[in-house]
Write a protein that binds this ligand. Structure first.
Ligand SMILES: Nc1ncnc2c1ncn2[C@@H]1O[C@H](COP(=O)(O)OP(=O)(O)O)[C@@H](O)[C@H]1O
Ligand SMILES: [Mg+2]
Length: 368
């Protein structure tokens, strides 16, 4: 097992600041996902850990040892990308023994190590097969075996399922996580797919424009997003622009345009502050009659969409704004139709409040 630590890692490409003082500790045996949109600096970060790229400033430690001047092949880290790039003209056995062969180990040692590792990944029977003869899951195991044989304790996975279709990705990602855990490896898995990160990560690092926006377990990131960007990028939400009109011990009241008022959780803010309210779609409930308590708005169903095991409704509110509601499909649950009038309700505690962003709301939620 191995751990990784980055201290103030900074990297520029000309005028582009690809990484801006990144501080990060990856634990022994941890499955860490680095999640961010295209251009966030994810690949740059992985390549710096691998030793394929030098940081302009900052330090990289592996197992407590500073490795800035250690070449890639001596870092016990394997950089893997795009379906793991097996050597297509080599058999499974040749792929896996590639590292030991290059290192000029004795034939006996190469044989022993290769057969032991193939057994570990349950591929002993397939040593003579070529990659194209194997399923995606098997190819993945070969790639992992090859990395382990080459001495890797840290897997650096750069969008490993990039080119695969959606169903295969879902299967492979859970298999990959199990394998990594079984073999006691440390994995740093880069992805722009929030669903992938939520599913497999022990912890997620949200990277944006070269900076760490938030670090936490999938649950922490989802339930307690620190910014509009994180909430939008991971899970998505309804976002409304408003002004605080009242604050008390339990929460605040925010006025939206067109005379709508929303009661929120308790916040740090002042009356008159411009804010953004964010409500997860699954926290927006639709009913036929008013409920007790705050946040009962009248709306009309504008659109109905099926998403997996849920239905998503677009509801037009009285002030002309739209709100999305996601409702789990259940046995007898009635499905609403376009034009139905409903009461839209949500609990104040589910109303996240963020300061209005300097660059405007759209900048935080678009380009994702
Ligand atoms: N070799 C390079 N030369 C110039 N700019 C680069 C180079 N590599 C990356 N960049 C820039 O650095 C930023 C981060 O890139 P990258 O790490 O590839 O992001 P990601 O993997 O998150 O999509 C981007 O703006 C990208 O255009
Ligand atoms: Mg990349």
């Amino acid at each position: 097992m191995a751990n990784v630590r980055l201290i103030n890692v900074t990297k520029r490409f000309g005028r582009i600041l690809a990484l801006d003082r990144i501080n990060l500790s990856v634990r022994d045996g941890e499955y860490l996902c680095i999640l961010g949109p295209t251009g966030a600096g994810k690949t740059t970060l992985l390549r710096i850990i691998a030793g394929l790229l030098e940081p302009d400033e900052g330090e990289v430690y592996i197992d407590g040892k500073r490795v800035n001047d250690v070449p890639p092949e001596e870092r016990s880290a394997a950089y893997m990308f795009q379906n793991f790039a097996l050597f297509p003209h080599m058999t499974v056995w040749q792929n896996v023994s590639f590292g030991p062969v290059v290192k000029e180990w004795s034939p006996e040692r190469i044989r022993n190590v290769t057969s032991e590792i193939l057994e570990m990944v349950r591929l002993s029977e397939r040593g003579d097969a070529y990659p194209h003869e194997l399923s995606g899951g098997m190819q993945q195991r070969v790639a992992l075996a090859r990395a382990i044989a080459a001495g890797a304790k840290i897997l650096l996975l750069d969008e490993p399922f990039g080119a695969l279709d959606a169903r295969l990705r879902v299967n492979l990602r859970t298999q990959l996580r199990s394998l990594v855990k079984e073999q006691g490896l440390t994995a740093i898995h880069v992805t722009h797919d929030q669903e992938e990160a939520l599913m497999v990560a022990d912890r997620i690092v949200i990277l944006r424009e070269g900076r760490i926006e938030q670090i936490g377990s999938p649950q922490e990131i989802y339930t307690n997003p620190k910014s509009i960007f994180v909430m939008s990028f991971v899970g998505g939400a309804n976002f409304f622009d408003g002004v605080i009109s009242h604050i008390d011990r339990l929460g605040s009241t925010v006025d939206l345009r067109g005379g709508l008022r929303i009661r929120t959780r308790s916040i740090n803010g002042r009356v008159g502050d411009r804010v953004v309210i964010a409500i997860r779609r699954e926290n927006v409930h639709l009913r036929k009659s008013r409920m007790k308590g705050f946040n009962n708005l009248i709306g009309e169903i504008a659109d109905v969409m099926f998403v997996g095991g849920s239905i998503e409704y677009v509801v037009r509110l009285e002030n002309g704004m739209s709100i999305m509601s996601r409702i789990l499909l259940e046995g007898k649950g009635e499905i609403l139709k376009r034009g139905d009038v409903v009461i839209v309700s949500f609990h104040p505690r589910d109303c996240h409040v963020f300061p209005y962003p300097k660059r405007g709301l759209l900048k935080e939620i678009e380009a994702i």
